[in-house]
Design a protein around this ligand. Structure first.
Ligand code: G6P
Ligand code: ZN
Length: 563
């Protein structure tokens, strides 16, 4: 099998000199630059307002003065406005005395690959340009996120400080210079700063080869009976998947679907779930469907896993990866612990119990896993929102999850469905679904949550349907490492039979508000494992509506998206 190694060593040492001319540009603050769950996300047109991007970037540099002379990693998911934003940030980095920027070829970098390069190159931090799974194009979304030296998203103390500075900014610094030719791998200078245009795949692919048994996965593809599709959804993972799956592992040349990153992601919504990855789902439910299907999102950190006519929920996927970690070279020595976001199902807790390791429950947002990973308390992490990852990076990682599953399949030589069903037989099944009510008026959804909060004291101990509520609260998290406290992270109703209803407002939208209702029941009896999820959850769905009066308040008879 031919494995391509595109190591950066073949960088041309072409150098270009640019004249030193730093401008101080007067500006006035924008009041809305508070980063959300995953960075600052707004409509492209919002970012294109005069000085909007520059204000945020300058606030970031002002906040992180220690970056002087240090190395920064920079790249984005290729969405509309990515190339322009990269050039602006490079010139501002040069004016703000950054020492060196490692920028992805053509300005591209998946989110997990940025995390990988920050760690491998011991960079000070990184800037990722992405709005993840949100649609792109001139009328779509754009985003900017800062990651710190451990490779993970900046903690709230940093993002809050950037926001505070953005509210009083009055100038920004930018170097007047020609654009860096991002199409050319090589080393350039911008004022006093070095810019290295690097292969954005090489370090990441090497890390994957260290973690997984590539020969064993290649042998699975060599059998000729195992086929898969990977839907890159015209976003960042196309080149990564082609390099790793098709070239290094020898999968069929037509394995990667929609592999060409496009500035508008082909007009689609690059969110790997049953709704937005419909064409992959259709292919996987056909009579002659391949054995395995997967998809990733705009910036490459999310994943969806499918077997032949079978969907693996992200919550189950986390639990099953944990149960099978001993098959994987990178995790053979065992897991320190598992961490899941609060709304993610409790399937992970069950396998953690069986393995005798701890399971941590954190607020939604990958950044909350950072401390647990750094402290060696958790090895695997996962979220219901199609995010899975481990201590190999400080971001969730779409292709990593796909390779993990492939390695498990290569060892166990069973179908995805039989692996999942065996898992349920051993651990019980957590039926799980999320109902989203999108684009609600912000005030209405805020009031709905506030009214739920007021109801909490009298909900505890109450019988709803045949279940008793044993815990009713607004989730608050005390980080076990730095003891920081994060409050108001979602209304939880927990029942005595391990069922749960959770209400939360999304922190990643750019328009209106999205109410998320997370529903979960636990079924130990294998005879009951074949029920359809929405049927198994039917009574809980009714209770969830009754308690929060969703239909009545929103005028919606059903959720906009069910996953
Ligand atoms: C992003 C974050 C995740 C989070 C997800 C859902 O993908 O990286 O950590 O779980 O958004 O967030 P939301 O606030 O929209 O439910
Ligand atoms: Zn993403």
């Amino acid at each position: 099998m031919g494995r391509l190694h595109n190591k950066n060593s073949n960088l041309s040492s072409e150098r270009a000199r640019f004249t030193m001319n730093i401008h101080t540009v007067s500006t006035t603050p924008y009041p809305d630059q508070r980063p959300g769950t995953s960075g600052l996300r707004k409509k492209v047109k919002h970012f294109q307002q005069p000085h909007y991007l520059e204000n945020f970037v300058q606030s970031l540099f002002d906040c992180l003065e220690e970056m002087t002379g240090e190395t920064l990693v920079l790249g984005g998911d290729g969405r509309y406005y990515n190339p322009e934003a990269i050039q602006i940030i490079l010139k501002m980095a040069a004016a703000n005395k950054v020492g060196r920027v490692l920028v992805g070829h053509k300005g591209l970098f998946s989110t997990p690959a940025v995390s990988c390069v920050i760690r491998r190159c011991k960079a000070f931090g990184g800037i990722i340009l992405s709005a993840s799974h949100n649609p792109a194009g001139p009328d779509g979304d754009f985003g900017i996120k800062y990651n710190v030296g451990n490779g993970g998203p900046a903690p709230e103390s940093v993002t809050d400080a950037i926001y505070t500075l953005s509210k009083k900014i009055n100038r920004y610094l930018i170097l007047e210079a020609e654009d860096i030719p991002l199409d050319t791998l090589g080393i350039f200078t911008l004022g006093e700063m070095t810019v290295e245009v690097i292969n954005p795949i090489a370090d990441y692919a090497e890390l994957m080869e260290e973690l997984f048994d590539f020969d064993r996965i290649a042998a699975l593809f060599d059998t000729g009976v195992f086929h898969m599709y990977f839907d890159a959804m015209h976003a960042i993972t196309g080149p990564y998947a082609k390099d790793i799956l098709e070239q290094r592992l020898g999968a069929d040349p037509n394995t990667v679907l929609n592999g060409e990153p496009l500035p508008d992601f082909g007009g689609s919504h690059p969110d790997p779930n049953l709704v937005h990855a419909k064409s992959l789902v259709t292919k996987m439910y056909r009579a002659n469907a391949p054995s395995f299907g997967a998809a990733s999102d705009g910036d490459g950190d999310r994943n969806m896993i499918l077997g032949r006519r079978f969907f693996v929920t992200p919550s189950d996927s986390l639990a099953i990866l944990a149960a099978n970690a001993h098959h994987i070279p990178g995790y053979r020595l065992g897991l320190a612990g598992i961490a899941r976001s609060m709304p993610t199902s409790q399937a992970a807790d069950r396998i953690a119990g069986a393995l005798g390791i701890e399971c941590f429950e954190t607020p939604t947002g990958w950044k909350f896993f950072g401390n647990l990973l750094d402290a060696g308390k958790a090895t695997l992490c996962g979220e219901e929102s199609f995010g899975t990852g481990s201590d190999h990076l400080r971001e969730k990682d779409g292709l990593w999850a796909v390779l993990f599953w492939l390695n498990v399949l290569a060892v166990r030589r069973q179908s995805v469905e039989s692996i999942v069903r065996e898992h349920w037989t051993h651990c019980g099944r957590n039926f799980y679904s999320r109902h989203d009510y999108e684009d609600l008026p912000a005030e209405l959804s805020q009031r709905l949550i506030e009214d739920l909060r007021k109801q909490l004291p009298k909900l505890k101990g109450k019988h709803l349907g045949h279940r008793e509520v044993i815990l009713a609260d607004d989730f608050s998290y005390t980080d076990p490492i730095d003891h920081s406290i994060t409050t108001e992270q979602g209304i939880r109703l927990c029942f005595e039979d391990h069922a749960r209803i959770i209400y939360r407002l999304s922190g990643t939208g750019t328009e209106g508000a999205t109410l998320r209702v997370y529903l979960e029941t636990f079924e130990p009896n294998p005879d009951q494992h074949n029920q359809e999820t929405q049927v198994a959850l039917a009574d809980l769905i009714q209770i969830a509506d009754h308690v929060a009066q969703i239909q009545q308040r929103t005028g919606r008879s059903q959720p906009s998206v069910i996953t």
